[in-house]
Design a protein. Structure first.
Length: 688
């Protein structure tokens, strides 16, 4: 039992500190696998997950096999949880994106395993209390990492948003939001020395939360604190405990705000994102609204769901936004991927858990009441944050949420039931959760690592080695990963493999790779057909439309090229183009299309109109995107694929367009001269 608890606590620390990355597209990887997995590297998030799976599911298996009587959650919670897990795995099998679902499912298995293991081994006295303290301490270490990160850059960039090793500040905020109410409640119930440590940890968490500058995170925290306070009041007799809790929350808020505003004052700037409503914040809000519209349309278009993990591939189908990984809405994305039934099961799981957790509050000791209040506040905060972030997609947040839910049932009056489980039921649970979770977790980690290795070898020019690694990655996916096949096809140049890859992963990017490979081999018809198929999935996809113009022009079909260019320019009129996920990333394809149309326009006035529109857009790129490219270049990184070389290409394109504009609009010499001066003053050296 103690060993199982130790494994659970070790997993908690690892999940909080290293569970903040997302498994995105394959990128070259050089870090040793175990090092990357234990440090939360962006190269191998599935590797981190595999370590967590071993720390949770193996002890769970041992506990279930050795003990005849199990402490388990009450049947309603088990039923909803088992139903959701079962639906998720079957949704993967009927999806067009099978590997996306199969590789995502171990995350849900991990959440289920954490929930069951917490209930099975923590007991009903000091175990769950200690478990909550471990969570708060781990989050405090994470917060300290973020605070030190901010301290390193605050002099030059006071508006910097901390990451603390996580994929983005909003995901980090969700992890901190989960831990803060727990810290408040535990501080109010622990003995003096322990309370001092927990209070200090909670203040650190609060300061770091402010430094994420996540408005949604702070709003969700408000919901969590209110839920915690309401639970305390409902417990009766604990009103005096609210004074230190609310006082501690106020101290954390004041200190966090003081750190942020002091750095801003020293740099002579405003207090940052939290106190502003600038165009960037408005862009972010507008983008979320478009995402939610598209996700809702996906959910209503296919009520049975598109399949677990499929959102990133179908997100552009409604035409509101380009393809993206997250809908920034846990509840809607659940409905889109697993259907309305999946959403109902998730809501039912949280609702039945809450009913069992708070039932019989008056019969509990003071310590258990306050611990339970912290758990309720934490889950309420994460649930609220889920309305503006897909926060359960982060392994750390999913782990932490199910961990807190398990602790709450242990602390509750009647949330668990010591039952004798029949051997057959136990075997089904082991086979369905543990065996499949570990099996698919191992395959996904191997697939991810081999793809990173294949990409690295391809970048180094070792095509033979890249093919071998890509084959291994494809084998690990049980023959379902189109991305692994695409890597193999890029390395060996086999068109048939790339066509297979597009069939397994039908997304515009794969079709563009198919088009490029076909064109390189002289098969322009296949190249054109591939691009047209990609546009059926994402009608406004800017890179695909521009490639289609180039191919039509190359094959002599100027009429279609011009129609496609006009179509591309019209995309500027819709939110798909106007509202961007990253406000600083200005796309240039529509401006290139304007220049292309101007090259064949006979009317000088229309030509000038097209060119001026293109020049205005290219200036936006050079004003907003170039500074970010220069900053990332200091670390030898690109900014979402944009490099100093591509920025210079945009500058050169603008210079050529300006020369043509001077000819067509000689009366606008003052504007042209000012634009030329702007281009001449551009700096392409790396800079912070």
């Amino acid at each position: 039992m103690k060993l199982a608890q130790a494994c659970l606590f070790c997993a908690t620390v690892l999940a909080v500190l290293a569970g903040g990355q997302l498994s995105l597209d394959a990128s070259p990887g050089t870090t040793p696998w175990i090092q990357a997995a234990l440090t939360g590297s962006s190269e191998t998030p599935f590797g981190t997950r595999l370590v967590l799976l071993c720390l949770v599911l193996v002890p769970l298996t041992v506990v279930m096999l050795r003990r005849q009587v199990q402490s388990v959650p009450r049947l309603p919670v088990l039923a909803f949880g088992a139903g959701l897990l079962t639906l998720a795995i079957f949704s993967s099998l009927w999806s067009s994106y099978t590997w996306a679902g199969l590789s995502t499912w171990p995350s849900l298995a991990l959440g289920g395993g954490v929930f069951l293991l917490s209930v099975a081994v923590l007991g009903r006295k000091q175990g769950p209390v200690l478990a909550l303290d471990v969570l708060v301490a781990s989050a405090a270490v994470l917060a300290a990492r973020g605070i030190m990160e901010y301290a390193a850059v605050r002099g030059s960039e006071p508006g910097y948003r901390i990451f603390a090793g996580w994929n983005n500040p909003n995901g980090l905020a969700s992890m901190l939001v989960l831990a803060f109410p727990v810290g408040l409640a535990r501080c109010a119930s622990a003995e003096r020395v322990r309370a001092l440590g927990l209070g200090s940890a909670t203040v650190l968490i609060g300061i770091a939360l402010v430094l994420t500058q996540s408005k949604g995170g702070l709003a969700a925290l408000g919901v969590g604190v209110v839920a915690c306070v309401v639970t305390v009041l409902a417990s009766k007799g604990l009103g005096k405990r609210l004074v230190p809790m609310l006082g501690l929350a106020a101290v954390a808020a004041v200190l966090g705000w003081a750190v942020l505003t002091n750095a801003s004052r020293q740099a002579g700037s405003g207090p940052g994102r939290l106190a502003s409503a600038d165009s960037t914040s408005q862009q972010s809000s507008g983008y979320r609204i478009q995402l939610w519209k598209g996700t809702l349309q996906l959910a209503t278009e296919k009520p049975s769901g598109w399949g677990l993990g499929s959102y990133r591939f179908v997100s552009a189908r409604p035409g509101f936004t380009p393809m993206t990984y997250s809908s920034h809405q846990t509840w809607l994305q659940t409905a889109a991927e697993t259907g309305l039934l999946g959403l109902g099961l998730l809501v039912g799981l949280f609702a039945t858990w809450l009913r069992l957790a708070v039932g019989g509050l008056r019969f509990l000791t003071c310590e258990r009441k306050l611990g339970l209040a912290g758990c309720v506040g934490a889950v309420a905060a994460v649930s609220a944050h889920g309305f503006i972030e897909t926060n359960l997609g982060f392994l750390g947040v999913l782990f932490g949420t199910t961990y807190v839910m398990g602790c709450a049932l242990c602390l509750s009056n009647d949330g668990t039931s010591p039952e004798s489980m029949p051997g057959s039921a136990r075997n089904v649970l082991l086979a369905g959760l543990v065996a499949s979770g570990l099996f698919l977790g191992i395959l996904a980690a191997r697939n991810e690592a081999e793809k990173a290795h294949a990409a690295q070898l391809l970048m180094q020019g070792d095509r033979q080695g890249s093919v071998a690694a890509a084959k291994s990655a494809f084998s690990a996916s049980l023959g379902n990963d189109g991305e692994a096949l695409a890597l193999q096809a890029r390395a060996n140049g086999k068109l048939s493999l790339m066509e297979w890859a597009a069939a397994l992963t039908p997304v515009p990017r794969t079709y563009r790779m198919l088009s490029d490979l076909a064109e390189a081999q002289g098969d322009d018809l296949t190249a054109l057909n591939a691009l047209e198929r990609g546009l059926r999935l994402d009608p406004n996809n800017l890179p695909t439309l521009w490639r289609l113009i180039e191919l039509y022009e190359k094959t002599g079909n100027r009429e279609k090229a011009q129609r496609t260019a006009q179509r591309l320019v019209h995309v500027e009129e819709v939110p798909y183009f106007q509202v961007r996920a990253i406000p600083e990333l200005v796309p240039t394809e529509t401006y290139r299309a304007r220049i292309y149309l101007a090259s064949s326009e006979s009317d000088p006035a229309k030509r000038a109109e097209l060119l001026r529109g293109a020049l205005t857009g290219l200036r936006a790129y050079l004003t907003e995107t170039l500074p970010m490219v220069r900053r990332f270049a200091t670390a030898d990184m690109t900014f979402v694929g944009e490099s100093l070389a591509s920025a210079r290409e945009v500058r050169d394109l603008a210079q050529a367009a300006l020369a043509a504009y001077r000819t067509d609009a000689p009366r606008d010499a003052a504007w042209s001269d000012e634009y030329a001066a702007f281009l001449g003053a551009l700096d392409f050296s790396p800079s912070r």
